[in-house]
Design a protein around this ligand. Structure first.
Ligand SMILES: [Zn+2]
Ligand SMILES: [Zn+2]
Ligand SMILES: [Zn+2]
Length: 344
């Protein structure tokens, strides 16, 4: 029977006399009407009878595709790093040993920080909700499941700060969004790594664009104008147009003489600029949500924070997000907690 199946999954079922069982604490509840959504007066758990398990066809196939895409992206990043080093470093070392060593060091720092933060954001856990006891009275105390709902996919309580991601297949605490580029959700546990990755990637792409432009200008074949331009001939539209055409043709002519190194530098310059613009927009959007004390999802649903306190827009939110100011007492939770208990 459908009713008994639902009870097995701890889903409250309303009978004809409007009597039901709370999935959170197991108490029998009498409802004033056949309400589809109700909250338990004892544990605070919310039951939504319209909320059922949704079918997620091809889940493992989509998950595998997402993971493969991450490895493709990782390969592309290694290719850009390798290509950049091959194109830039020999020219810099030819110019001066100091410049070569300095830029090798900068490239190593930027590459390591970008790759490590990418790996942490992508392969680390995005943040699982805390394990909480549920299902029977008096194990579940008064208000212990305040505003918790039941996740029919994970078959366990979902805190008001959690959201079920259908791409990852489980609930994520403080979920911001599911990012296809890292093949993972951005949540409480990896949000900081994700922001650090964006900062590192934007800095790296700026550096790539700048260095490829600089080294490109060093090895660019000389521009040869077919007709010498006279700067004293005055400015009129005819001269300006001729100058523009001649410059373009000279640039095109010399571009045809570019070596493989030159072509790689041209590619890196345009890739660096375009990727950097895209990531900067994303970084700016993310930092503005953190400044407002929100995640992307809570911004969309215009929800308040879990504690129902309105978080003020403040730069302190950004500092707190990155763990500043760092306090040594944070490392000593036992001492701090016992002091609190003592004061009580
Ligand atoms: Zn209850
Ligand atoms: Zn879930
Ligand atoms: Zn996800």
């Amino acid at each position: 029977m459908a009713d008994s199946e639902d009870k097995e999954q701890f889903v409250a079922t309303v009978s004809e006399d409007h009597e039901t069982t709370c999935w959170g604490c197991g108490l029998r509840l009498i409802l004033p009407s056949n309400a589809p959504v109700f909250k338990c007066g004892w544990c605070g758990a919310v039951t939504n009878q319209n909320d059922k398990k949704r079918e997620n066809k091809w889940f493992w196939w989509k998950r595998l595709r997402d993971r493969c895409f991450v490895f493709v992206l990782l390969g592309f990043m290694l290719l850009v790093i390798g290509g950049g080093l091959w194109a830039v470093l020999p020219i810099l070392f030819d110019n001066s040993l100091f410049a070569g060593v300095l830029h090798s060091f900068i490239a190593a720092v930027l590459s390591l920080s970008t790759l490590s933060t990418f790996a942490l954001a992508s392969f680390g856990c995005a943040g699982t909700p805390p394990i909480i006891q549920w299902g029977s009275y008096p194990v579940v105390g008064k208000g212990h499941l305040e505003n918790y709902t039941f996740c029919h996919d994970c078959l366990k309580p979902k805190s008001p700060r959690s959201h079920h991601c259908r791409s990852c297949g489980f609930c994520i605490l403080d979920m911001d969004h599911h990012c296809p580029f890292i093949g993972n959700c951005v949540g409480a546990a990896n949000h900081r790594h994700f922001i650090l990755f964006l900062i590192s990637a934007v800095a790296s792409m700026l550096y790539v664009a700048f260095m490829s432009a600089y080294v490109g200008s060093q090895i660019w074949p000389p521009l040869t104008y077919r007709q010498p331009l006279d700067p004293l001939s005055g400015i009129n539209s005819d001269v300006a147009w001729r100058t523009l055409t001649e410059s373009f043709l000279a640039l095109l002519n010399s571009a045809l003489l570019l070596t493989a190194r030159g072509l790689v530098l041209v590619y890196l310059f345009f890739a660096g600029i375009s990727v950097q613009i895209g990531l900067s927009v994303l970084l700016w959007q993310q930092l503005s949500y953190i400044y407002e004390g929100k995640t992307y999802l809570s911004h969309l649903s215009a929800q308040r924070t879990a504690t129902d306190e309105v978080v003020e827009k403040d730069c302190k939110n950004i500092l707190l997000f990155f763990g500043c100011p760092f306090s040594v007492s944070r490392l000593l939770p036992t001492v701090r907690d016992s002091q609190k208990r003592h004061r009580k």
